[in-house]
Design a protein around this ligand. Structure first.
Ligand code: PLP
Length: 393
């Protein structure tokens, strides 16, 4: 059984066999513990009951179980957004003086977080285009990459990064937002996987959200991050959950609401079906657009045997032609999102990457004619006809 079939079966079978099939939305900010002993146990992490909605709620717990199932992880922690998940992970694991190494293309928000925000807290990031170029210093603690670099679909050598993480005792983080089920980060050495669930996991522009999925931490990490070792003594394979909640979520409060968790669950139940369909359509769109523009839509048999998902970048050579394409398509929704049920498009340089320096834009592959597309569930023939006509206009 392939990964899509496995997850599709798992995800729809999680509902209780008696009672509501659609999970209840627990709309409470606080939970009554009943007696003082139970309160003590909940705060000590011994009783798995809700503490306070900033730290989680039952609807979110349900979603977290489903998200963990995407990668057969030991668990997952949900956050208010993808950036919330990334910020929580970094602030939970890093301290002033530490360094991060990022490899390959990066989403603009993540790039800004690593290059502008973390330095304000004394954490420096170095960026490398390829795994082969990576240099690690004694201060490096985290190795970070995206499964498919946003927006030009760069693909890095994950196995090599996994080796580097082991050789230097680094936490290896992969943002798998664009390719859930298509790519298996844990298989190639990732220690944690980050998702913006806002994208194809929720899938209908209905809810902002994020998550970090984890497995039992490697012995090497328990030593390198001493606080992780302490959480491991109490929580075992869920040590990373403890770190995320007690060293970030509790204090920063980037918590996902029960309502957003509910909406995300509804989307997730069809993720496996949608991602296969949009990937097939995207492959066809990329092929068709290659006749009229430069298309960035990578492929890699080893890491992505079923394709790289819905996102591609198309370079029309000039801003003017890129604008014309966006204006003249009758089907595109012009928006800063990806992974939606609808096909989306956005000019990169004038929007997400507007404030970046020429050097940063060069590193990220942002050119004046670049448009990011995210292919949706429309009929691919109708879509291709519309996009080709817009490209030739
Ligand atoms: N990671 C990737 C690869 C993204 O594309 C995005 C958003 O575009 C994010 C993270 C941030 O997610 P969110 O918008 O949910 O904060």
């Amino acid at each position: 059984m392939d990964n899509f079939e496995r997850f599709q079966t798992f995800v729809v079978q999680q509902a209780a066999k008696e009672g509501p099939i659609s999970p209840p939305i627990t709309g409470s900010a606080a939970f009554s513990y009943g007696d003082p002993d139970t309160a003590t146990d909940i705060f000590a992490g011994r009783a798995k009951k809700p503490l306070y909605a900033r730290m989680g709620n039952p609807t979110l717990s349900y979603l977290e179980r489903l998200v963990a199932g995407i990668d057969q992880a030991d668990g997952a922690v949900g956050f208010a957004s993808g950036m919330g998940a990334i910020a929580a992970l970094m602030s939970a694991f890093l301290q002033s003086g530490d360094e991060v190494v990022c490899v390959g293309g990066l989403f603009g928000g993540s790039f800004a977080f690593f290059s502008e925000t973390l330095p304000r807290f004394g954490v420096q990031t170095r960026f490398f285009a390829k795994a082969e170029e990576v240099q690690i210093s004694p201060k490096t603690k985290i190795l970070y990459c995206e499964s498919v670099g946003n927006p030009t679909t760069t693909i890095v050598d994950f196995a090599k990064l996994g080796e580097i993480a082991r050789a230097h005792g680094l936490l290896f983080v992969v943002d798998n937002t664009i390719t859930p089920l298509l790519f298996e980060p844990f298989r190639w050495g990732a220690d944690v996987v980050v998702y913006s669930t806002t994208k194809i996991i929720a899938g209908h522009a209905q809810a902002l959200g994020g998550a970090v999925a984890y497995k039992e931490p490697r012995a090497q990490l328990l030593e390198r991050f001493s606080f992780l070792g302490k959480f491991y003594e109490n929580l075992g394979k869920d040590a990373i959950l403890g770190v995320l909640k007690k060293r970030a979520l509790r204090d920063y409060g980037m918590s996902m609401s029960a309502y957003n968790a509910y909406l995300t669950i509804l989307g997730l139940e069809t993720l496996a079906l949608r991602i296969q369909r949009v990937t097939k359509s995207a492959q066809r769109v990329a092929e068709a657009l290659r006749d009229v523009a430069e298309v960035y839509y990578g492929s890699d048999e080893r890491y992505f045997p079923h394709g790289i998902g819905p996102m591609m970048a198309v370079d029309f050579g000039s801003e003017e032609r890129a604008y014309r394409f966006l204006q003249n398509s009758k089907m595109l929704y012009i928006t800063a999102n990806i992974g939606d049920a609808r096909t989306l498009g956005l000019h990169m340089e004038s929007t997400i990457y507007k404030d970046f320096t020429p050097e940063q834009k060069r590193y990220l592959g942002i050119t004046p004619g670049l448009v990011r597309l995210s292919i949706g569930l429309e009929n691919p023939d109708v879509l291709i006809e519309d996009l080709l006509a817009a490209a030739k206009s």
